[in-house]
Design a protein around this ligand. Structure first.
Ligand SMILES: O=C(O)CCC(=O)C(=O)O
Ligand SMILES: [Fe+2]
Length: 352
């Protein structure tokens, strides 16, 4: 029988109704679409993005992922991230915990630093497997460039809506600053069964500012509905990216922009027999940027700060430190007890 590929995402399970934002309209500064984006970013913190023009570049990144994960394990292990809190390089299946009991998660992945991609062939952060080098010019650099452009457009919209002086948020993400921004491809193995593997990637908020996810037909991402205990799948829609706000934008905006909790579980129903791939661009502020509410630059942010406990958004952390702490304490090898899981927390906690 010919292989007909994976079955479609089922239409009889509850999913989260994300707004579909048209990137073309945002670029043209359509005020109605900007208001829809703002509502999505401040209420759920997640939305679909269509017409983003990054479809072919994302395909190239899926190929980087497939070729890299196809390498022998010992070859991939020559390029591991280590456990110091760095996210660039190879992360092996079983190395990170998915819950407070330290259960190891099954996903593996490769992360490529934005700094290495933009400086290529100069090495700024680290070296990568041969499969990454081979596609740096054809696939990774175009993906990074396009993702940075999309990010800048969206961040400038948020900047203006927050009443910040023009370019304030852009300066915190300027391309010349070393940052944790990266292109990543993740793979979850097939034949996961909800009765034995419950979680592929533990519940978390993202560490940086904005994440742009590309999926194919296979689901698995779930979002926690605000103010509830209910997790809902996000349905993959062809050529639609899924964007979400991360902790840094949440902190800069004193919680006005929402960093939503999410996780990855096995794909629903008979999709679970298939491996699942995702490609993501994470935008993170420059490593040396202090994570604090930008209340001295915006009356709207100041008002939000004044409604909260004093100091709630004073993390005393730079973006680089914030990322390293959160990443490090997810590694199984760093685990001492449930407190290690808590130490990996972000803005989901009452005090941040
Ligand atoms: O694979 C996905 O859909 C989401 C991955 C994710 O949330 C992450 O890597 O932070
Ligand atoms: Fe995430």
């Amino acid at each position: 029988m010919p292989d007909t590929g994976p079955p479609p995402f089922p239409d009889d399970i509850p999913t989260v109704p994300l707004a579909v934002i048209d990137y073309g309209l945002i670029q043209r500064r359509d005020s109605f679409e900007i208001d829809r984006l703002w509502d999505a970013a401040t209420q759920l913190g997640f939305w679909y993005l269509k017409n983003h023009g990054c479809e072919n570049e994302a395909d190239g990144m899926f190929a980087v992922g497939a070729e890299t994960m196809g390498l022998p394990l010992n070859e991939k292990m020559n390029f591991t991230q280590g456990t110091t809190g760095n996210t660039f390089g190879y992360r092996s299946s079983g190395s990170t915990a998915v819950d407070a009991s330290g259960t190891p998660g099954p996903m593996e992945g490769i992360g490529v630093s934005k700094d290495d991609a933009l400086a290529w062939p100069r090495v700024v952060r680290r070296t990568y497997p041969s499969t990454v080098d081979a596609r740096m010019e054809s696939s990774i650099i175009p993906f990074v460039r396009r993702s940075v452009e999309i990010n800048n457009t969206l961040i400038n919209v948020f900047n203006d809506k927050l009443g910040l002086p023009t370019g304030t948020l852009a300066q915190k993400h300027a391309a010349h600053m070393l940052s944790g921004s990266e292109a990543r491809c993740l793979r979850a193995p097939p034949n996961q069964n909800l009765s034995d593997i419950k979680i592929s990637l533990g519940a978390h908020t993202d560490y940086g500012s904005l994440s742009i996810l590309h999926h194919r037909v296979i689901g698995g991402l779930q979002v926690l509905l605000p103010g509830s205990e209910e997790w809902r799948y996000v349905k993959p829609i062809p050529r639609h990216a899924i964007c979400n706000i991360g902790d840094a934008l949440c902190i800069f905006s004193a919680g006005i922009l929402r960093s939503g909790m999410h996780r990855v579980i096995p794909p629903p129903q008979n999709q679970a027999a298939y491996e699942r791939w995702s490609v993501i661009f994470f935008t993170r502020p420059g490593d040396d940027v202090l994570l604090e509410a930008l209340s001295s630059h915006s009356a709207i942010i100041l008002e939000a700060v004044e409604k909260e406990k004093p100091g709630k958004f004073d993390t005393g952390s730079t973006a680089g430190e914030w990322l390293a702490r959160r990443v490090k304490y997810r590694f199984v090898s760093e685990r001492k007890g449930p407190e290690t899981w808590l130490a990996a927390g972000g803005t989901e906690h009452a005090t941040i």
